[in-house]
Write a protein that binds this ligand. Structure first.
Ligand code: ZN
Ligand code: ZN
Length: 317
């Protein structure tokens, strides 16, 4: 039951851990995808599809706004209770706890696209950067040394230790709600299993793959406004699907910012959500992008050559 009860001893050096596909991890990952095929048995209803879309939106916002911009980059401040609530919502996306997620992401920024970046497409190819890297011993480890600022909270340590708890609660709640609707409105076509398949399995698989696209596609396809040391790209399609994370070259250029769309035309839904939350007093001190950071670095104009340094003109007589 290693998968259900991840080890707390995280002090094993990374170079002693295997970087090969671990079937204890890969088995449940594949099963989650196969479970989506049960949609052909349970059918659909407007309620099921609406719940799947709503859970996609809430969880993508939470992963980008909190797992990424808050836990990994500290780009704004919030209350401890809000930190915990969004850590729980993030856990429901079945991408493990916030400490695991943010520690790996911090490592990505330190080693972007060098051999120690576990999900670099330049180093390991598209599929490994998309979902191979975390199905390994090395990828499963949480290096708590990279995240001491949040590892000090026992409630976050608990969520990381029992990272399957929230997903199980979500799936059971969907089942219970679906059965309740079925008993009250038998003609609706809604069932408990139908809500589980749509709201949990299909919605979660969609959240997974758009998250992975930031590591894979946004390091391969798109434009580069800034000459960063990595291969990060700005990709509008990824930005729309992930609510703003596709402005990934902007982000690697200046990771501290709470916004990743640097200009008004770079749609960044997560940032709009964070601005709304700041109006409600739930978050504050959203870090912006200083003007000196915005302008792309241009090669300095060549200095005029002083007259005395000019080659002497040979006057032919
Ligand atoms: Zn990146
Ligand atoms: Zn980042």
């Amino acid at each position: 039951m290693l998968w259900a009860y991840p080890p707390t001893d995280q002090d094993i050096p990374a170079d002693q851990l295997s970087n090969r596909l671990d079937w204890v991890r890969a088995g449940p990952f594949i099963a989650m995808h196969l479970a989506c095929l049960f949609v052909f048995l349970v059918g659909w209803s407007w309620l099921a599809v609406s719940i799947a879309v709503a859970l996609y939106a809430v969880r993508v916002f939470t992963l980008t706004g909190f797992y990424h911009r808050y836990f990994s980059h500290r780009s704004f401040k919030t209350w401890r209770i809000v930190q915990f609530v969004f850590a729980c919502i993030g856990c429901s996306a079945v991408q493990r706890g916030p400490l695991w997620w943010a520690a790996h992401h911090r490592n990505h920024h330190v080693h972007s696209d060098d051999p120690d970046d576990l999900h670099s497409p330049r180093q390991y190819g598209f599929w490994w950067s998309h979902f191979g890297w975390f199905l390994t011993e090395k990828g499963f480890r949480t290096n708590l040394k990279l995240i001491p600022d949040f590892a000090k909270y026992p409630e976050l340590r608990f969520l990381d230790r029992f990272d399957l708890l929230i997903p199980v609660v979500l799936a059971l709640s969907l089942y219970g709600f679906g059965e309740l609707v079925a008993s009250q409105e038998p003609d609706s076509g809604v069932t408990g299993f139908q809500l589980v398949i749509w709201g949990f399995f299909i919605s979660t698989a969609a959240v997974w793959h758009v998250t992975y696209m930031v590591n894979s596609v946004a390091h391969l396809l798109g434009t580069r406004r800034y000459e960063t040391k990595d291969d990060s790209r700005n990709n509008p399609v990824v930005a729309l699907l992930t609510f703003g994370e596709g402005w990934h070259n902007n982000h690697h250029h200046y990771p501290n910012s709470a916004r990743q769309g640097f200009y008004w035309w770079e749609v960044d839904i997560t940032y709009y959500g964070l601005r709304f939350m700041s109006m409600l007093g739930l978050v504050w001190d959203l870090k912006g992008v200083p003007h000196r950071v915005l302008e792309p670095k241009k090669a300095p104009a060549p200095l005029p050559i002083p007259a005395e340094a000019q080659p002497a003109t040979v006057v032919q007589s």
